[in-house]
Design a binder for this molecule. Structure first.
Ligand code: HEM
Length: 417
């Protein structure tokens, strides 16, 4: 683990502002609160970035069309270069890779997002409702007779992985492999990763891409009613998605779509179990479930931050920003800004509104948000109904992932008897 550095104000920097550090991983909000109060645009010299923690700044940065998502525009030593898809691209070192949508600027971003949204329609998502209910039901049925479970391995992990495989028309694909590959690919977000982790990441990316390549080839010949066929068919002004683009989109949908939703369910259940009054309220008023999921997204959001790069010298509301500078927009800190959310550290399932930034904002805002909400609502409603006595297991500790950006549990042991 890297050394903890503190700047002149006693504010932590670098690795101390990531989930690799125990204190920050357990509860980042005391640190975010100090940053927001003392230095809302904090120059984290250790990782060469400006860290934004105020809701207004974070939303403005996400919506600023002058800012880029392309890490290659950042300074050579920037933290953002060591993470995200860039790690995969460098490791691959060949042309068989397309940056994921979230790391593309216009005009490529606009072109691919438009084509993609033609396949990923609200209707296609709503059509998944019955199937998601069925998957949740089967996973709960499999717990019959057990007194303890690991919520992540037994429910929150498999549910979104199976849902996205079903949407892609790959119901019988090896679910556990896709889950493991997703977790391995996620390690690209660890700025301090070791070479063996990088090698695993590369292997996982290649394995997943290989699976998708086979399916895309079949669907070009014999399309069906699934998402991959819709991507193959999607056209706009004579434009189409190439095979490589579809394979890369499938990989992104799988990784972005399953880990984040697993974390929504895990973080959400943990919040309920550590706030028994709110759990009791949900038992008494099940119709609060949609609002409860929005509050879970706000209170402990699965993607804690995202980055943007300045294309030119300028200013962020009076604060100077130079070309190539990285801005880290903390979604987690913004969602706890008392200027927008009264009593922000209280978990209140009846807090009205979905104006949190858990799904981002602006042109890159989450394409899968309707699916994530559908899965989150069905998951929480069925867990509360079918496991009315679920509680934290006093004999086994929950364990959070030691990775920046993706906040969630690797294991969440529960008693259910
Ligand atoms: C609770 C679950 C989820 C959360 C918290 C979440 C969060 C986010 C956030 C914050 C962004 C914007 C990142 C940025 O601006 O840099 C994003 C983008 C994206 N998400 Fe999600 N997401 C979730 C689930 C999903 C699902 C289920 C899918 C698809 C199956 C998905 C697909 C995408 C895609 C394709 C983008 C890139 C959009 C673009 O760049 O235009 N996400 N997500």
């Amino acid at each position: 683990m890297g050394t903890v550095r503190e700047d002149g104000n006693g504010l932590p920097e670098g690795v101390a502002l990531t989930a690799r550090e125990d204190r920050f991983r357990d509860d980042p909000h005391p640190i975010y609160d100090r940053l927001r109060r003392l230095a809302p645009r904090f120059h984290d010299r250790a990782y060469g970035r400006l860290l934004l923690t105020a809701f207004g700044d974070v939303r403005a940065a996400l919506r600023d069309k002058d800012l880029s998502v392309d890490a290659r525009l950042s300074h050579d030593d920037a933290y953002v270069r060591r993470i995200a898809g860039t790690g995969v691209a460098e490791a691959r070192g060949d042309a068989a890779y397309e940056p994921p949508l979230v790391l593309l600027d216009d005009p490529d971003h606009r072109r691919i997002r438009l084509l993609m949204s033609k396949a990923f329609t609200p209707r296609a998502v709503e059509a998944m409702r019955g199937r998601v209910e069925q998957i949740a039901g089967e996973l709960l049925d499999a717990m019959a007779g057990r007194s303890s479970i690991d919520l992540i391995a037994d429910f929150a992990g498999p549910l979104p992985t199976q849902a996205i495989l079903d949407m892609m028309g790959m119901t019988d694909a090896p679910r556990s492999h896709f889950k493991q590959w997703s977790e391995d690919i996620l390690m690209g977000y660890d700025p301090e990763r070791e070479p063996d982790v990088q090698a695993r990441l590369r292997e996982a990316y290649l394995s997943m891409a290989r699976e998708f390549r086979g399916v895309v080839e079949v669907r070009r010949r014999t399309p069906g009613p699934d998402l991959i066929s819709a991507m193959v068919r999607a056209q706009q002004d004579g434009d189409r998605l190439s095979d490589l683009e579809i394979i890369s989109l499938c990989t992104q949908l799988m990784v972005a779509g399953n880990v984040t939703t697993t974390d929504l369910i895990g973080n959400g259940v943990f919040a309920l179990l550590t706030h028994p009054d709110q759990l009791a309220r949900l038992h008494a008023e099940p119709t609060l479930v949609d609002g409860a999921v929005e509050e879970m997204l706000r209170f402990d959001c699965p993607i804690t931050e995202t980055a943007r790069i300045a294309r030119r010298d300028g200013a962020l509301d009076g604060c100077p920003v130079g070309r190539g500078d990285t801005l880290t927009a903390s979604l987690a800190a913004a969602n706890h800004d008392p200027a927008v959310f009264p009593d922000p550290h209280a978990f209140d399932i009846a807090r009205s509104g979905s104006d949190h930034l858990a799904f981002g904002s602006g042109v890159h805002s989450c394409l899968g948000a309707p699916l994530a909400r559908l899965e989150g609502q069905i998951a929480i409603a069925s867990l509360v109904t079918r496991l009315p006595r679920m509680r934290l297991d006093p004999d086994h500790q929950p364990e959070r992932r030691h990775l920046p950006f993706f906040r969630g549990f690797v294991q969440l042991p529960l008693r259910i008897d």
